[in-house]
Ligand binder design. Structure first.
Ligand SMILES: Nc1ncnc2c1ncn2[C@@H]1O[C@H](COP(=O)(O)OP(=O)(O)O)[C@@H](O)[C@H]1O
Ligand SMILES: [Mg+2]
Length: 359
């Protein structure tokens, strides 16, 4: 839990909740990754050597990741429960690190994590698979500077990506850095007033910002959970922020700031269409054991996908635990499914290695 991304506080809330959920049935060692990338590995396990109080367990002396992993192996850990969110935890790099070290972990594997974390890349894959997603483009790597040049550029984009616009980091989550613009004038003003230098920091990948057409309609999200290897769509949730113009950071993490209606008040056909779409998207990226697809039921009636999350929040009030509960799957069962998936994946990897060695 924790990690180096802007989502580290959200991840800690997920991690603390996961530790508590697992503690009765498993021997759990809470590990925080600090903002500087070092890992805090406490001695002992929850309940034996470590108190149940998160304040106490999150303060162990930090180690570099290689030494921390060695310490965890020495302690005999069986599986890493990945409660990280965002870059460095949800983008395939952490998964690659553990996979290369031969350590079992939960959540998405390398490719699903890497591709879905890159909103632009995921959009290309969705399009190629015939899934609707708002038109978009990556903002340039260099700030064109003056208001005049921003206006010229914005006018040319308008044909390809009709306004109103949303600007968002290409590879972040929790609505960090998301901004809305009613028209190109508002965009040009913001760009010239400093937005441009933030959006156009240059270099490919995580530094990039995406410009997207703003969708009008009802915002929905739909989870898919693999139960014994079979993907099953959970009840969709409708998201209605009470105070914000969209589902921003405040609306996501302030209790009561958003009405989250589960199951979403949709017709039976609409519900089925949303669930089929979420299940399809889950399959396209190979998101096992769990995904949450953010989408809109557009005013015109169509469904359009914003993005896919492979390590969604797992606090008691997070969207996936709510939807799972509605489907009759309590938190402890949800955690067990996620654990089993990670252990099974490692077993099948190990048996592939073993059979290769026999050949
Ligand atoms: N194209 C869009 N049209 C309308 N609302 C959007 C659009 N893109 C993002 N939003 C709003 O911003 C929120 C966060 O955007 P999203 O793409 O889901 O990124 P993340 O959740 O990873 O920060 C969404 O839940 C939605 O409320
Ligand atoms: Mg989202």
């Amino acid at each position: 839990m924790g990690g180096t991304s802007a989502e580290r506080e959200v991840s800690k809330a997920t991690g603390v909740n996961v530790c508590r959920g697992l503690a009765g049935r498993h021997t759990v060692k809470p590990v925080e990754i600090l903002a500087d990338g070092r890992w805090c590995v406490p001695d002992g396990f929850l309940g034996s050597g470590i108190s149940q109080d998160p304040e106490a367990w999150l303060g162990a002396a930090p180690l570099d990741p290689l030494r921390a992993l060695a310490a965890l192996r020495d302690a005999g850990i069986q599986v890493v429960f990945n409660a990280l969110h965002g870059p460095g935890g949800e983008d395939g790099s952490f998964q690659g690190f553990l996979r290369h070290a031969g350590v079992a972990f939960t959540g998405p594997d390398v490719t699903a994590a890497a591709v879905t974390m890159d909103k632009w890349l995921a959009k290309q894959v969705l399009r190629a698979s015939g899934v609707a997603t708002p038109s978009a483009r990556l903002l340039p790597g260099r700030d064109p500077g003056s208001e005049l040049s921003w206006r010229e550029i914005a006018a040319s984009w308008q044909r390809e990506v009709p306004a109103p616009w949303v600007v968002k980091p290409n590879a972040l989550g929790s609505s960090v850095g998301v901004e809305m613009f009613d028209g190109i004038e508002a965009f040009v003003c913001r760009a010239a007033a400093g937005g441009g230098s933030v959006w156009c920091r240059g270099g490919p990948g995580a530094g990039h910002f995406l410009l997207e057409s703003r969708v009008r309609g009802r915002e929905l999200t739909c989870g898919v959970l693999e139960l014994d290897g079979e993907p099953k769509a959970l009840p969709p949730i409708e998201i209605r922020p009470r105070e914000s113009a969209f589902f921003d950071y405040h609306a996501k993490y302030t209790p009561g700031a958003t009405e989250e209606i589960c199951p979403a008040p949709l017709t039976r056909d609409e519900t089925r269409a949303v669930q089929e779409l979420a299940q399809r998207v889950h399959g396209i990226f190979g998101c096992g054991p769990l995904s949450r697809t953010d989408l809109f039921l557009e005013t015109g009636g169509g469904l359009t996908v914003l993005e896919v999350n492979t390590l969604p929040g797992m606090t008691a009030t997070s969207l996936i635990p709510q939807a799972a509960a509605k489907a009759g799957i309590p938190m402890d069962e949800l955690l067990e499914e996620i654990l089993r998936h990670g252990l099974r994946r490692q077993e099948s990897r190990q048996s592939t290695v073993d059979s290769r060695q026999l050949e």
